[in-house]
Design a protein around this ligand. Sequence first.
Ligand SMILES: Nc1ncnc2c1ncn2[C@@H]1O[C@H](COP(=O)(O)OP(=O)(O)O)[C@@H](O)[C@H]1O
Ligand SMILES: [Mg+2]
Length: 456
Amino acid sequence: MVEHPSTGSGRRASPPRQLPVPAQLALSEDAWIDVIRRMDEVYADLVRYQLDLEEKNVALEDAQRFIDSVLSAMSDVLIVAGADGRIQQVNNALLRLLGSTREALLGRRLSELFAPGAAQLASTLPHAVHQAAILDCELELINSAGEAVPIALNCTARQEADGTLSGVVVTGRPLGELRQAYRQLHEAHEQLKTAQQQLVQSEKMASLGRLVAGVAHELNNPISFVFANMHSLQRYGERLQSYLGLLHAGAGPGELAAARRKQRVDETLADLGPLIDGSLEGAQRVSDIVQNLRRFATPQRQSAAAVDVCRVVRSALDWVCRGLRRRPRIALDVPETLEILGYEGHMQQILINLIQNAVDAMEDLAEPLLEVELATAGSEILLRVRDHGAGIAEANLVRVFDPFFTTKEVGKGTGLGLYVSYGLATEQCGGRLQARNHPQGGAEFTLWLPREVRHG
Ligand SMILES: Nc1ncnc2c1ncn2[C@@H]1O[C@H](COP(=O)(O)OP(=O)(O)O)[C@@H](O)[C@H]1O
Ligand SMILES: [Mg+2]
């Protein structure tokens, strides 16, 4: 008798003596043992295979349950068809959408799910996607009530390991939802664009308002000057006319001398030159202001040109300060001239914004001091505008360049000045713009510009 040690099950092979063995084939004891051992091994293998199979079955069932749960959780519809175009699998979302059952759909032709206009394309699906790999389209499905349901589909080919087509996977989403979401997105985008345009516009109007105030103030001086001079000239003209009238009428020397004194002819003649010079100067100033205004008003379409940055700095300071009731003290650390190749209009706009902000920040100071520094730094120039106001709150330092970020009251700040300046400095001029609080107080903005702009 031989034990079956490998199974440990306690089973035994049948005793060989019970077999009807012809005498001439009788085997030796050893041979029997050998046979029994082999049978024993085969049996052990069988048991192992059985166990393996059971484990694999469990894993397969788990996988199947997992796939089922994924399929039924999907909100998009899913259809799997074979290479022959017959439906092999669908998910619950499709059943809900069509009001149908799985049994009614499995095995049917894919094209039968689609509205007549789309059926033709649907019938070519497995092969059409095999060539194009992925196909995106909008088609209409037919629900159980016979109604068309528009749907955005994405079809992908299924392939065997050797690349032959094994079928098609179709996923999709009803277009109603998509269209609505798209429309809402579109509307929100439009509203945002309008709001943005309004704000940009109001920023423009705000700067324009300040500018116009400055210009009006600036024009007022030379014009009233010219007016006063013209009144004087009118009076002088009358006096000279009356004196010349006497002269032409042949008046005697005594009469003429008296008229000359009375009409202050000598003083009038001496005054004429300065009066005309003054009027010319006033007219020239008016013309200069108009020229400047035109340069400021059309800074967009320009090409890079040689610009004297010092002149731009002075003119920007002039523009901002001319509208102020109280001018700040200005400490200028600027060379005599510094020429670069760049965009004058952009530079002027950036500087005006920085200076305007600095002035705003010092509104409540008794002795406002504005420091402006211009220097070269390697292949760049560096422009610093520093004020002695309260500085920028630490939390706001990262936000000052954001569009619409402002701490000023409504109507005063639009929060676009620094945003626009940053865009001009970096994208248009190829430079950089940074903000920080000066260690000794106040905000400091630094603008770096290349000495030769590379694009544009
Ligand atoms: N020199 C400065 N000192 C203190 N805060 C400043 C200074 N410059 C800018 N800021 C802050 O950055 C914000 C944004 O500036 P800006 O974009 O020019 O818009 P706005 O001037 O219309 O508010 C300002 O509201 C202010 O809070
Ligand atoms: Mg501003």
